[in-house]
Design a protein around this ligand. Structure first.
Ligand SMILES: NC(=O)c1ccc[n+]([C@@H]2O[C@H](COP(=O)([O-])OP(=O)(O)OC[C@H]3O[C@@H](n4cnc5c(N)ncnc54)[C@H](OP(=O)(O)O)[C@@H]3O)[C@@H](O)[C@H]2O)c1
Length: 318
């Protein structure tokens, strides 16, 4: 099978598409023929050795990449209780220590998978888990309530475009930051106000909000502390700068928290249910074949991705 691997940390030049044996599932594992794999900023952070788990990965080279995929069950293992061969599934696979979804096949266990209903494409299903779970769990931590004014930074990105839709379902008011070219897209998703962060200072425009979902970190996260209302809350999602932002928040007596996303099957099932009911849409702006993995990761690293992007695998005899 074709799979992406890296044997050292570095630029996109360390990405190689290699030929590997199809993995053999253990008794409790399923073999999945992958149709699409979601691409996320964390994949590039791992590739560059900037992720907190870099030390662990270094001892395991060569390693695969990618934590989410959709596909079709090939074999379901003798003790799978939920799935049968031929079923469409998606899941959050290998999280934390064994990324491997940029590949034509993966093995995993029931607990990591959910069914993909009719009407949802392979790309949409593959792109849901990581960004969807992050958005949902960040909003839960923020304790968003009906009528809250919520500022979401980077509304046009993978996590942001899902967070906007989920906040609207919770009955709150959404203000989001994005480049002007993305404003129409974000209004369509339900945003109430869009701020062009290139031209406008969000601190002056929003004045005060009940909750901030910071998907940018660094200065943006720090400056967001200025707009959190008394008894409000800020959730800062990028882990590299979370500690610094929380420390400053503590000194100002502002409630701020980071997030470590949890691959929770119940949450993923809930999100897929919303998709099936057409209440939540994963917008996949671009797909790439595996041979163009470098271009795909370059796009994510540009910080300009609209919605999500995914690798797609073409299976002609399937
Ligand atoms: N802690 C966790 O468990 C966890 C989980 C998931 C993600 N994350 C982190 O959360 C961050 C967001 O993830 P993502 O997948 O949503 O990223 P993404 O899809 O790559 O985000 C791209 C978007 O960021 C926007 N953007 C860039 N700079 C901005 C700025 N200064 N102000 C406002 N928007 C800006 C761009 O908007 P325009 O094109 O409109 O300019 C673009 O649409 C990443 O750092 C990721 O690593 C952490």
């Amino acid at each position: 099978m074709k799979a992406v691997q890296i044997s050292q940390f570095g630029s996109v030049d360390v990405l190689s598409v290699v030929e590997l044996e199809i993995p053999k599932p253990k008794e409790n594992e399923l073999l999945i023929k992958v149709k699409a794999a979601g691409i996320n900023p964390v994949d590039c952070k791992i590739r560059r050795g900037l992720h907190h788990s870099a030390k662990k990965f270094k001892d395991k080279f060569p390693i695969g990449l990618g934590f989410e995929m959709s596909g079709q069950v090939v074999t379901a293992g003798s003790i799978s209780k939920e799935f049968i061969p031929g079923e469409r599934v998606c899941g959050f696979v290998g999280h934390r220590d064994n990324p491997r979804c940029y590949a034509e096949y993966v093995v995993t266990i029931d607990e990591k998978l959910i069914q993909v209903p009719e009407g949802i494409s392979d790309e949409e299903a593959a792109a849901l888990p990581l960004a969807g779970l992050t958005a949902l769990q960040a909003l839960r931590l923020a304790k968003i309530g009906a009528g809250d004014r919520v500022l979401i930074h980077a509304g046009a990105g993978g996590v942001g475009h899902l967070a906007i839709q989920l906040v609207k379902l919770m009955g709150a008011y959404v203000i989001t930051t994005a480049s002007p070219a993305n404003h129409a897209f974000l209004f369509e998703l339900g945003a109430d106000e869009c701020i062009d962060y290139h031209q406008q200072d969000f601190v002056k425009v929003v004045k005060q909000v009940d909750k901030v979902i910071d998907l940018v970190g660094s200065e943006v996260g720090l400056r967001s502390l200025e707009v959190v209302a008394l008894h409000g809350k800020l959730i800062t999602v990028p882990s590299a700068t979370a500690e610094q932002i929380i420390k400053v928040a503590e000194s100002k007596k502002i409630d701020a928290q980071g997030i470590s996303m949890d691959s929770n099957k119940k949450d993923l099932t809930y999100l897929m249910g919303l998709m099936a009911q057409k209440k939540l849409k994963v917008f996949v702006s671009r797909t790439f074949p595996i041979d163009e993995v470098k271009a795909a990761q370059q796009l994510i690293e540009s910080g300009k991705t609209k919605g999500k992007i995914a690798l797609v695998f073409k299976w002609y005899n399937f």
